[in-house]
Ligand binder design. Structure first.
Ligand SMILES: Cc1cc2nc3c(=O)[nH]c(=O)nc-3n(C[C@H](O)[C@H](O)[C@H](O)COP(=O)(O)O)c2cc1C
Length: 400
């Protein structure tokens, strides 16, 4: 589905390191490890995270594809070491001499890949599954997403996420927030639950505290907003070129995400057409405050910035639903894969709520999808070449 920007992650949750290779980035893009580390740190924050976040302080090491602070146009390989490796080096050892059946995980956790993964790959130790199915992988995705974000930033495209609901509590009319974007984003950035509304934040924290007490977990909803993208990114010509298809696939690729909406999303199915379509207006550039403010525009953004599989120049609004964390402190009933006896599922150190973190991963997933479509449209091997193509296209839009 991604044509121009490919990335692959590897690594186990408690293995030595996570790695990620991203290919398709143009040359001469300024890129620093510190830039990527900002996003890695955001992924680790958030009220409701478990013990692991206190161990991890993720830092990326760029191994290839960058020289003297700029990309080379070759694949960029990145490494994130696992800080806790020392404690896991035996359990996760490459060496068969360290094999120890006494540490096998034989009690699959409901809601995880443990049982089906063991059946599929023929394992009697669910650790072989859970190590890779774990959302620890999202650190590598966030690193890849940061590289994509760096590219888009060069063209004034911004990608921001915030949490609108946790455990059913939150902002009722999140769409209103989207229309007052800049303030909302500033508040969300300093909120421990990445929520743009102080009252809603307090409700969310109360919910998480209550869940912690009872050993339960919570899911929620986050929104990702893309601003600064011109009309015409993506295409109506084929299903796998549709911008919302790429974005939805990318966001659904995140562990625990169970639904994605664009703009009004499911709500558009409940309204008549007259309350859904965004009417088109035109303002001559002579009458507009600036030349760039002239041209076609819409007063509403129910479409969430995408029509016919293409960006239409309005902010892109994506909403995603995350299910509650499946590992509960008061474990759910399960069956041992060897004895077939009923047990309480195994407890691996776990979060109570990871929706704020998931919203950071969501930003990365959206950045990767948008960057792929962006490169599809503007091509080019170097930043300068893409900028020429980009400027030429903006001129075409202005003269239309
Ligand atoms: C950022 C993030 C953090 C997560 N943290 C945990 C966790 O601490 N414990 C857990 O059991 N699941 C956690 N999950 C969810 C599981 O990874 C996910 O539910 C599981 O792999 C099964 O996949 P599925 O829910 O997509 O079916 C997290 C997910 C995300 C996106």
């Amino acid at each position: 589905m991604f044509n121009k920007l490919r990335y692959i992650t590897a690594g186990e949750s408690h293995g030595q390191a996570l790695v990620c290779t991203i290919d398709g980035m143009p040359s001469n893009l300024k890129l620093k490890e510190e830039y990527i580390n900002v996003d890695l740190a955001k992924r680790q924050r958030g009220y409701g995270r478990g013990g692991r976040m206190k161990i991890e302080t993720d830092k990326v090491q760029i191994l290839t594809g960058v020289r003297w602070g700029k990309t080379l146009g070759s694949p960029i390989a990145m490494l994130i070491n696992n800080m806790d490796w020392e404690n896991w080096s035996k359990v996760m050892s490459l060496d068969s001499a360290n094999e120890d059946p006494s540490v096998h995980v034989t009690r699959p956790r409901p809601g995880h890949a443990d049982l089906t993964g063991s059946q599929k790959y023929d394992f009697r130790d669910a650790r072989n599954v859970l190590e890779r199915s774990s959302a620890r992988e999202t650190a590598a995705k966030v690193a890849a997403g940061a590289v994509a974000r760096r590219l888009l930033e060069e063209f004034g495209v911004q990608i921001n996420g915030y949490v609108t609901e946790i455990g059913g509590a939150g902002i009722k009319d999140s769409y209103e927030i989207a229309s007052n974007m800049q303030d909302a984003l500033t508040i969300a950035e300093i909120s421990t639950v990445r929520c743009p509304d102080k009252k809603a934040e307090a409700k969310m924290i109360r919910k998480i505290k209550a869940a912690m007490k009872t050993g339960d977990t919570l899911g929620g909803i986050f929104e990702i907003v893309v601003t600064g993208l011109p009309a015409g990114i993506g295409s109506y010509t084929h299903w796998d070129k549709r911008l919302e298809a790429k974005i939805a696939a990318s966001v659904m690729g995140i562990q625990a995400i169970k639904g994605v909406e664009v703009g009004l999303g499911f709500d558009s199915a409940r309204r008549p057409g007259s309350e859904v379509m965004d009417e088109i207006y035109y303002r001559s550039s002579k009458k507009a405050e600036s030349e760039s403010a002239g041209g076609f525009y819409r007063k509403t953004n129910n479409a969430g910035g995408i029509e016919g599989g293409m960006s239409n120049g309005m902010p892109i609004i994506i909403r995603a639903a995350m299910k509650p964390i499946p590992t509960l402190k008061s474990p759910l009933s399960s069956v041992d894969i060897n004895s077939k006896k009923k047990f309480n599922a195994a407890y691996e150190r776990s979060d109570t709520c990871a929706v704020p973190a998931a919203s950071v991963v969501g930003e990365a997933a959206v950045a990767l999808a948008v960057a792929d479509s962006f490169l599809d449209k503007f091509g080019g091997d170097s930043i300068a070449e893409i900028k020429r193509n980009y400027e030429g296209y903006l001129k075409q839009l202005r003269n239309f």
